[in-house]
Write a protein that binds this ligand. Structure first.
Ligand code: PMP
Length: 322
């Protein structure tokens, strides 16, 4: 679908996957005016196709659009277009356990203009791809390194928007942590390098002395849809969960006192990713003996069950593609 100033969004169309042609002066190539989303479709045992909270993704897309001066996309129209597209590509959705259809909606600025200003033309595109199971042999803890040099985002920047630039700024730290054998980095706040923000492509939770805590929404973390669902699920189970500022010092202290019971990342890709080891200031913290914690496992089983239709969904999160 295209956007032209004065005309609005127009020419919605479904075409076979193919390269697109853009003018080399298109603003997306120069000033990074782009936003994107990521969600998944799952096939149930009863052959239904389910999306997980897709309305949240399109809501977040428009929030990102606001920050990047991109005009809003009609959220209902986007969801209807996505459903049509999935129906056409139905046979591409893998059915083996843990597999899904990954969905990538995105908007790019297409006006050919070299001045720094919001574009007056855009393209909104949705592409799909079958994806394998995130965990080949069941849910398994990962090792995460705390990043103390580079920062991903600061409040007032573009951190809460799902925009390419935030991911570009994360590549260097990710490359360095990969080379040291860690799977993702844990970002700290950009001002004091003290407070925990989020993991490379996940939000983070800790279970400290019986209470689940996660960094509050602060203008720089991505407001994950899995994060939101986990908070709602824990509250539904009457389990204590708090959104607040959490410093690395506090985590270290809880660890030394034996009170750091679990840590896990949350996101569309892995759903729940238990953290077995946290590396900070040249020290390793091995959490829960490097094993998956009870709460992490229960959350994983429940959320994946709701997503693939094997667990009752009291929230109406799973949306059927008719
Ligand atoms: N933080 C970042 C930086 C991410 O890229 C993601 C993945 N979208 C998340 C958190 C988790 O968000 P969600 O639960 O919506 O996938």
């Amino acid at each position: 679908m295209d956007y032209t100033e004065g005309q609005g969004w127009h020419d919605a169309r479904i075409v076979p996957y193919q390269p697109i042609t853009l003018d080399p002066a298109s603003m997306i190539f120069h000033y990074g005016q782009s936003v994107f989303e990521g969600l998944k479709a799952y096939v149930t045992k009863k052959e239904q196709v389910l999306l997980f909270r897709p309305d949240e993704n399109f809501k977040r897309l428009n929030k990102s659009n606001d920050r990047l001066c991109i005009p809003h996309v009609d959220e209902n129209l986007a969801l209807e277009a996505l459903k049509q597209l999935i129906k056409i590509d139905r046979e591409w959705i893998p059915t083996a356990e843990g597999t899904s259809l990954y969905i990538r909606p995105f908007v790019i600025a297409t006006e050919p203009y070299l001045g720094v200003a919001p574009s007056d033309r855009y393209q909104f595109i949705i592409i799909l791809s079958p994806v394998g199971s995130y965990y080949k042999e069941g849910i398994a803890p990962v090792k995460i390194a705390v990043e103390s040099e580079f920062v991903r985002a600061v409040a007032g920047g573009t951190g809460t928007a799902k925009t390419g630039g935030n991911y570009a700024s994360s590549l260097k730290a990710q490359q360095l942590s990969d080379s040291k054998g860690y799977s993702q980095v844990l970002w700290l706040d950009g001002v004091e390098r003290k407070y925990i923000e989020e993991v490379g492509s996940m939000n983070i939770f800790f279970k400290i002395d019986g209470e689940v805590v996660t960094p509050s929404v602060n203008g720089s973390i991505l407001e994950g849809i899995t994060r939101k669902s986990i908070i709602e699920l824990l509250k539904h189970w009457d389990m204590p969960v708090t959104e607040r500022r959490i410093s690395m010092e506090e985590i270290k202290q809880a660890y030394s006192e034996g009170k750091l019971e679990e840590a896990f990342g949350t996101g569309t890709a892995a759903v729940i990713s238990p953290i077995g080891e946290l590396f900070w200031n040249n020290e390793k913290m091995v959490i829960n003996d490097g094993n998956t914690g009870e709460v992490s496992q229960k959350l994983y089983d429940t959320l994946t069950g709701i997503q693939n239709g094997t667990v009752e969904d009291p929230f109406g999160w799973a949306v059927e593609v008719e």
